[in-house]
Write a new protein. Structure first.
Length: 188
């Protein structure tokens, strides 16, 4: 059960109602996370503005792969479900690519490097090493794009933390556990 209150519709400001209406039109429903955020219109606006701005810095499938990798690293059940849903319904990603995204990979090698780097940023708290940077650069990312990967990862950290604190009630099917292991085991 969610730990933060969702305001009654009549208690939501006009500006927040407008943002929720836009989200509902885009997704076909208003996710519980946004309903919860509507209790603080400034936070709702900050989150949705950040999402809108960062939706232009990398292609959608790369952003979805990063979202999945970061949400898995933070064990955010709500975000894993939501990003699986969005990647499937709106991003055209295959089940295999979604599973790979969760473990910091992808069917596309360049996208895999971005997901892996984002996951490393989260797991190291930003203290990536030179080899991590060399790997993402070697996949073809410029320094400007590396900044975008970090910014997108931080965007998902924000929503992961909000949903982990809240224990937001799922309003879509839960994401299945990835078939692939999260940690590579050495070959026997």
């Amino acid at each position: 059960m969610s730990r933060l209150n969702v305001p009654a519709s009549e208690d939501v400001s006009a500006g927040a109602q407008q943002i929720l209406g836009t989200i509902g039109a885009q997704l076909g429903f208003v996710p519980n996370m946004f309903k919860t955020l509507s209790s603080n219109p400034a936070v709702l606006e900050a989150v949705t503005t950040l999402q809108g701005t960062l939706s232009r810095v990398l292609d959608a499938r790369t952003r979805h792969s990063i979202a999945l990798a970061v949400s898995q690293a933070n064990d955010c059940t709500y975000c894993l479900a939501m990003h699986t849903y969005v990647a499937t319904e709106f991003g055209g990603m295959s089940r295999d690519d979604i599973e790979l995204g969760r473990v910091g990979s992808s069917v596309d090698p360049k996208r895999a490097a971005a997901a892996r780097f984002a996951q490393q940023v989260v797991e190291s708290r930003g203290q990536v090493n030179d080899a991590d940077l060399a790997e993402v650069r070697g996949a073809g990312y410029t320094d400007a794009q590396i900044l975008a990967i970090v910014a997108v990862a931080v965007q998902f950290l924000l929503t992961n933390f909000i949903n982990n604190v809240n224990q937001t009630d799922l309003d879509i099917p839960a994401a299945e556990s990835p078939v692939r292991p999260c940690v590579s085991e050495p070959a026997p």
